[in-house]
Design a protein around this ligand. Structure first.
Ligand code: HEM
Length: 264
């Protein structure tokens, strides 16, 4: 998790956002501080302070990179938003949103997919033999394990759906996890199956808040991280003495994935 997945995810997010003046450790820690701050429903002062410190450091990193990308524009969020003359407050908010939304999930998918493939050796063989695409591993892992399982919403107006009444300002959760395990849409939904049609998956949400980083994450994990890992280390084995545990409810992923590697 730390030495490979966190690093790959953080380095990619540095390039995506344009904050190449920070370390991937900083990216990870600031992202986590914001996630904790966003979910600080109990109003814990320490969590709040930690979150504010992280956003201040992100603002400083943005300030540091503005002259760099103004001189040499690129395709980073920072550069593109500057060129579009987006108001500075919106620009800063968008960079922070991308950081809070874009670090954990690719990290968890890389680690989780390694575990899923190692636990399904016959399917791993199909991937290594080129019969199944790496991007399908990404799509099916996200469908099956959902790095983001739920999302909160506030009800905007009273309405009734299938006999259930919702009232303005009610707080509800959209259960992406439940939808992706709905047997009406996915046969043997609890099975990790690389041959299935994942087009009905809502692992990246739906509608106006559909994930902004979905295609970047798919390319990062399905075209680069997973193929390169297996190309470099061949058959990666999960250590037999360790039981891989998953944690989290909104953000869900393996806590650690200890592996043995064959250096090729
Ligand atoms: C496997 C990787 C990823 C998964 C599974 C994922 C999942 C999701 C989901 C489910 C949502 C919708 C949340 C909602 O409806 O409230 C979302 C939103 C979002 N994601 Fe991702 N995400 C991933 C990677 C990324 C990356 C790499 C970035 C940034 C580079 C990113 C940026 C965002 C942003 C900015 C939003 C908010 C969009 C909005 O509210 O309009 N995500 N993501």
């Amino acid at each position: 998790m730390q030495s490979v997945c966190n690093a790959v995810s953080g380095e990619a997010l540095k390039i995506i956002t344009g904050l190449t003046n920070i370390s991937y450790h900083e990216m990870d820690s600031w992202s986590q501080a914001m996630i904790d701050g966003i979910a600080n429903y109990q109003g814990d002062k320490q969590i709040e302070t930690h979150c504010h410190n992280a956003t201040k450091k992100i603002d400083a990193a943005i300030d540091g990179m503005i002259p760099v990308v103004t001189k040499n524009p690129d395709y980073s969020l920072l550069s593109v938003m500057l060129e579009a003359q987006m108001p500075m407050d919106s620009l800063r908010a968008n960079i922070k949103l991308a950081i809070s939304g874009g670090q954990n999930e690719p990290r968890d998918v890389i680690a989780g997919a390694v575990w899923a493939l190692s636990s399904h050796p016959e399917q791993l063989k199909n991937v290594l033999d080129g019969r199944t695409e790496w991007k399908q591993v990404f799509d099916e892992y996200c469908r099956w394990a959902l790095p983001i399982g739920i999302a909160p919403r506030r009800i905007a107006a009273n309405f009734t759906y299938e006999g259930i009444e919702f009232f303005e300002n009610d707080k509800v959760f959209l259960m992406f996890n439940s939808a992706n395990h709905d047997e009406e849409y996915f046969e043997n939904a609890d099975r990790f199956d690389l041959n299935r049609d994942t087009s009905k998956s809502i692992a990246f949400g739906a509608g106006p808040h559909f994930c902004d980083g979905a295609w970047a994450a798919r390319a990062l994990v399905g075209e680069v991280a997973l193929p390169k890992l297996f190309e470099r280390f061949g058959n990666i084995h999960i250590r037999k003495d360790v039981n891989v545990k998953f944690g989290g409810w909104a953000f869900r992923g393996p806590q650690e994935v200890p592996v043995e590697l064959d250096i090729l």
